[in-house]
Design a protein around this ligand. Sequence first.
Ligand SMILES: NC(=O)c1ccc[n+]([C@@H]2O[C@H](COP(=O)([O-])OP(=O)(O)OC[C@H]3O[C@@H](n4cnc5c(N)ncnc54)[C@H](OP(=O)(O)O)[C@@H]3O)[C@@H](O)[C@H]2O)c1
Length: 275
Amino acid sequence: MTSLPSIAIIGAGSMGGAILGGLLAPGVSVEGGIRVTNRTEAKAARVRRPGVESWALEDQPDANARAVRGARLVLIGVKPAMVPDTLASIAHDLDPDAVVVSVAAGVTTATMEAVIPQVVLRAMPNTPALVGLAVTGLARGSRAGDAEVALGRALFETVGTVLEVGEDRIDALSTVSGSGPAYVFLLIEEMTRAAVGMGFTPAEADELVRGTFRGAVELLAASESTPEELRLQVTSPRGTTERAIAVLSAADLTGLFGRAMDAALARARELAAGA
Ligand SMILES: NC(=O)c1ccc[n+]([C@@H]2O[C@H](COP(=O)([O-])OP(=O)(O)OC[C@H]3O[C@@H](n4cnc5c(N)ncnc54)[C@H](OP(=O)(O)O)[C@@H]3O)[C@@H](O)[C@H]2O)c1
């Protein structure tokens, strides 16, 4: 049983909403309640349910201030460009001992600390949070101690696993686990396309490829073997798989992934610089 203190989520869209889902999971109790805000009532209605007070700024302009009063954990789930103004708008209503956690890509803890005096943490979850299988990178701001990091960790563990890293590595982490689901979906798309090209119907190709990815990932999770060992088990010498792997290797897959993730890292740095 995970027990968390009172929580406010400012901006419960895709990511804030996914984390709200974690808080509502069996085995999680939030003492003191959950309050969430969005700009529009349409969004607020989507996340309103028993145990969740959900308010829209368009109906209640002071909803953010009301939501954070008395909250020990405040999750900031708005778009990165809006984080400083959003923090400034709640600065006078935050509890002195609130822990403010942002999931905004590219917004540094120094930027947040310049606006509010509270402890801040910066997190980078990923979209499998929606099914409780996120990998979240968590970085502490300069004022955070182990107890506050433990609180942030407990929050994100409701939607998966958490790796604490120094903030200097959070952009790199975002190119691995943050963007990573997109790389996997791209591989699934390409394999499905190739299967259709070999004469399978789209439905058949979809079933074959989805099942293969799911099976391979579950096998990896259940096994003591490394991915390389599991790959070699499928790759008999002089067999068919060996030919396919040779073609992929000849296309410099290693270099390709390195270049792709370097490009994502360069973009993260541009975004952090406001580009
Ligand atoms: N999606 C991902 O995979 C992912 C991964 C890691 C981190 N993140 C981070 O998560 C943050 C949100 O991204 P998202 O994809 O979840 O975006 P999103 O779905 O657009 O969610 C943002 C939410 O914030 C609400 N909002 C806007 N202004 C607000 C305000 N002043 N007060 C309260 N709520 C406000 C919006 O409500 P309305 O729609 O009603 O305007 C919207 O529901 C971003 O900073 C992003 O960097 C996202």
